[in-house]
Design a binder for this molecule. Structure first.
Ligand code: 4AD
Ligand code: MG
Length: 477
């Protein structure tokens, strides 16, 4: 099969040459004009059909959604809005589509409707743009780390450890619980299971990533992670992709710099390489904004927001400083908080994070040095004995984009924290070995890939930036 891509033809001036295109029919007007899309870009090419000389049965089969092959001559378009047309010489139906049953009508569908049709929504311009940007961002991430000499590690999907210690794991088992012998206290005996022990889907590749960083110096992971937490929000998924760099001989300062550099690199890559897609998404968002009351409209367009992010340093401040700002925010603002921050030590709610980034600083914020009790066991204890060298990066419209820390490299401090948090040392003997044999300061973070895609595309629901979203009561397709 030989064919030309519509993307290349739309900007071609090779008029009067013969071309072959294949794609899916978006519309067919007046038995004469086919708008054809092949996914190479959002634009359609117009096929002009000589209907007087075309078989009537064939004309009837050119329906919205049908796959067709067209051979014809590339000509300068007489119509407005496009530079080229193809004058069809022959049309072949590759796959029929019953127009009445085809879910995507030639009109604007709501995102909610399209979510129900996730198997077909790639054929719309919005999702063409979103998934092209997603692709570009993934590519940019690999390029960023490759340029800096990081090694891409594939950490396991099935693990026996709960990296975050948050107990939000999906179990992996081959056991038939109805037939499995129980221990004396009635618990399932996992020794009969495939791995001879209880296992789960990974919540993070960090712990394995640390092992590799303590050999290669700089590594990153980029893979699927799973959380059985309440993911019924516009920011959570049960299955999401995470990028987790880990760097040896590094502290929190190095970690923050790496994260900021990475974010700016990938955003600028998207601006340079997804011009058409971002222009389209920018327009889409402007249209959406128009339906909102004036005071709720965002001050910046999508493109302006992305550029703003590149031009400004991320604001760095400690958790303790953030609490002071929240406590002293204007009384009328405080009344809008559902949860008031009265005490040092409380976890920030997303409304507080949003206040800091969207109202107070109006740019990405790196919050550091959180109270130890609201963070994971592996984070390095600060000299005050109360806070850990943690960092969360908060983004406007998103909230937490990145979570990371300097790691506790001191064996005695680490085992003390594990004891306090009831994490048995036997379970993580292999992790503790890195502290036993040549421990060194190191740091890393996790970037939620879908949250990055949300930010760059300006989409508002995380379920619209992953092809087949997984959330409670939904695992179709
Ligand atoms: O803050 P988290 O839980 O950190 C970790 O997993 C660390 N082990 C990372 C590390 O230091 N290597 O998750 C990291 C990021 C969050 O900031 C968020 O962007 C994203 O992962 N994330 C989710 N994204 C979508 N759906 C969910 N349910 C998410 N949970 C976390
Ligand atoms: Mg976090």
């Amino acid at each position: 099969i030989k064919r030309e891509k519509i993307k290349d033809l739309l900007n071609s001036t090779a008029f009067n040459t013969e071309v072959t295109v294949m794609g899916w029919v978006r519309t067919f007007r007046n038995n004469q004009f086919i708008a054809l899309n092949d996914g190479s870009c959002m634009g359609n090419i117009q096929i002009v059909v000589d209907f007087a000389n075309t078989n009537e049965d064939l004309l009837k089969r050119i329906t919205t959604g049908a796959a067709i092959a067209v051979k014809g001559i590339l000509v300068e378009s007489l119509g407005k809005g496009q530079k080229v047309d193809i004058k069809a010489n022959s049309i072949e139906i590759l796959g029929d589509s019953n127009a009445e049953e085809y879910p995507l009508q030639p009109k604007k569908h709501s995102l909610e409707f399209l979510r129900e049709k996730a198997h077909l929504r790639f054929r719309t311009n919005t999702f063409n743009a979103v998934f092209k940007v997603r692709h570009a961002l993934a590519y940019a991430i690999h390029q960023f780390y490759n340029e800096r000499g990081f090694v891409y590690m594939h950490t396991p999907v099935i693990t026996a450890s709960d990296a975050e210690g948050a107990g939000e794991m999906f179990k992996v088992t081959t056991l038939d619980f109805d037939k499995t012998p129980r221990t004396d206290d009635g618990k399932v005996d996992f020794s009969a299971d495939f791995f001879g022990r209880a296992t789960n889907l990974t919540v993070s590749g960090q712990l394995e990533g640390e092992l590799a960083a303590m050999a290669f110096g700089q590594i990153y992971t980029f893979g699927p992670t799973f959380r059985a937490e309440n993911s019924n929000t516009t920011r959570h998924l049960a299955e999401f992709w995470m990028i987790e760099p880990e760097i040896a001989f590094a502290d929190l300062e190095n970690n923050m710099q790496l994260a900021e550099d990475m974010m700016k690199y990938v955003i600028s890559y998207a601006l340079e390489n997804c011009k058409d897609e971002l222009a389209f998404l920018n327009e889409r968002l402007l249209d959406e904004e128009k339906t909102k009351p004036q005071q709720e409209r965002s001050e910046l367009s999508l493109i302006e927001k992305l550029n703003f992010c590149l031009e400004n340093e991320f604001q760095r401040l400690t958790y303790t400083e953030a609490i002071q700002i929240l406590k002293h925010s204007k009384p009328n603002q405080k009344k809008q908080f559902k949860y008031l921050i009265d005490e040092w030590g409380a976890d920030l709610q997303s409304e507080h994070e949003r206040y800091l980034v969207e109202k107070h600083f109006k740019k990405p914020v790196i919050l550091t040095d959180y109270p130890k009790d609201i963070k994971s066991f592996y984070m390095r204890m600060n000299d005050d004995g109360k806070t850990v060298a943690a960092m969360d990066i908060l983004f406007p419209g998103i909230g937490e984009m990145i979570g990371g820390s300097q790691r506790e490299e001191r064996m005695d401090m680490l085992t003390k924290r594990m004891e306090e948090m009831n994490i048995p040392q036997e379970e993580l003997w292999w992790y503790l070995d890195t502290r036993r044999f040549g421990s060194a300061p190191h740091a890393g973070f996790g970037l939620g890939f879908e949250r990055l895609v949300l930010f760059v595309t300006g989409m508002t629901n995380i379920r619209d930036v992953i092809a087949f979203p997984r959330f409670p009561k939904s695992a179709e397709f």
